[in-house]
Write a protein that binds this ligand. Structure first.
Ligand code: NAD
Length: 373
């Protein structure tokens, strides 16, 4: 089984789909690895580190030659897959709804494309879940970046020159990224509060030592919805949420927003009027900026100043931590493929539950329910 690791070509993408650790592990399963020259450089992994782990280095554009499996972070240009074996597997974050044409091209090329972000949220797939591994790092990075932009300190400090008060930080959306944002801000000494529409998150917020801020008069989502995700809320809920946020946000120094609804634009959580109510020098980090944004006026990869408040957010937050993001992503891919490794076949044979969830194309056709829908 020949596994190819491509160098990422999307603008701003710094991650790589394998590390020397996962190269060694795949070789131990009996695979041969071919890594495109320079694939790991932006994640601080040299070609020689891959070669020492046992990979063959391929010239630029040549890695997919004769591959049975191609691994990427983002979906590659279909032209990069030329020379892969017929029916070769491609595993990457394929962004199928936005990149439908590219998915169609994978189908026409006879590639079996697997969208890693379609991994079902079931217990046995947790170690394969790329959304979790990358969101966790994003939540951390958002707080670090906001702290760096904030013109004051996070912790309370009692000094001979007087006392500095602790920063107040509010996290909106407490999924994987939000939980890590809370934990990171607490470690830095901020006073943290958080909100979500899923009432199950209340206890999680408290267990991290933060204060839950919840709409009480209109019901949110009890427990976990399908796959643990949120759905769009009623108008009544949205109104109650806006009122609650308005009174709370005016007292905050830092706001981190992470709210997402799968398959929909990100919900708008912070309006321009609410930004105007915040103190000058406050910072808002919009982690949903690439999905339409939770914050009015946020622009990906730009520092915007409105009413004296700095608004920021990255189009690709995990790419700002390329070494760790690659290490976790590469392990997700290894955990996924190795869990299905069939000794007789010498390669992965996916089961129905996970295979049907992630498989987009097979036998020249689109086969995924969510795309056929
Ligand atoms: P996400 O990235 O889809 O959304 C981030 C958060 O925003 C969610 O908590 C969501 O409820 C919240 N949100 C949506 N609309 C909102 C609004 N209007 N106001 C406030 N908050 C809003 O979420 P995620 O990080 O993918 O996690 C969702 C859940 O899935 C979590 O409970 C997580 O623990 C669970 N999960 C389970 C597994 C597994 O079992 N394999 C893996 C990963 C995550």
């Amino acid at each position: 089984m020949r596994i190819a690791i491509l160098k990422e070509r999307a603008a701003g993408e710094t991650r790589v789909a394998a590390t020397p650790e996962t190269v060694r592990k795949f070789i131990a399963l009996g695979a041969t690895l071919s890594v495109e020259a320079g694939a790991g450089v932006s994640a601080s992994i040299s070609d020689s580190a891959f070669a020492e782990a046992g990979a063959a280095m391929a010239a630029q554009g040549q890695a997919a030659q004769g591959a049975d499996i191609v691994l990427g972070v983002q979906g590659p240009d279909p032209a990069m897959l030329a020379g892969a074996k017929p029916g070769a597997l491609l595993a990457a974050i394929l962004d199928p709804f936005a990149q439908r044409e590219r998915v169609d091209a994978y189908a026409s090329a006879g590639i079996e494309a697997l969208a890693m972000e379609f991994m079902p949220r079931i217990t046995r797939a947790q170690s394969m879940d790329v959304l979790s591994s990358q969101s966790n790092l994003s939540g951390y990075k958002a707080v670090i970046a906001a702290a760096d932009t904030y013109g004051r300190a996070f912790p309370m400090m009692m000094t001979a020159a007087g006392t500095i008060t602790a920063a107040r930080l509010f996290v909106m959306g407490v999924g994987v990224a939000g939980l890590q944002a809370i934990a990171t801000a607490r470690r830095l000494g901020a006073q943290v509060s958080a909100t979500d529409v899923r009432s199950a998150t209340k206890e999680q917020i408290e267990s991290l030592g933060a204060k839950p801020v919840f709409v009480e008069k209109v019901a949110g989502i009890e427990g976990e919805g399908a796959g643990g995700y949120a759905t769009e809320m009623s108008e009544e809920y949205q109104k109650a949420q806006a009122e609650l946020v308005s009174s709370h946000i005016a007292k905050q120094d830092i706001v981190i927003t992470t709210a997402l609804i799968p398959g929909r634009p990100a919900p708008r959580l912070v309006s321009d009027a609410q930004i105007a109510s915040m103190k000058p020098g406050s910072v808002i980090f919009d982690l949903a900026v690439a999905q339409g944004g939770n914050v009015e006026g946020s622009v990906a990869d730009q520092l915007i100043e409105r009413h004296g408040v700095k608004i920021m957010g990255y189009s690709n937050t995990p790419a700002h931590l390329p070494a760790d993001a690659s290490a976790l992503y590469a392990r997700n891919l290894y955990n996924f493929l190795s869990a299905f490794w069939d000794k007789e076949q010498g390669g992965p044979v996916l089961d129905e539950e996970i295979g049907n969830a992630v498989r987009l194309t097979q036998g020249g056709r689109i086969v995924n329910e969510r795309l056929l829908g």
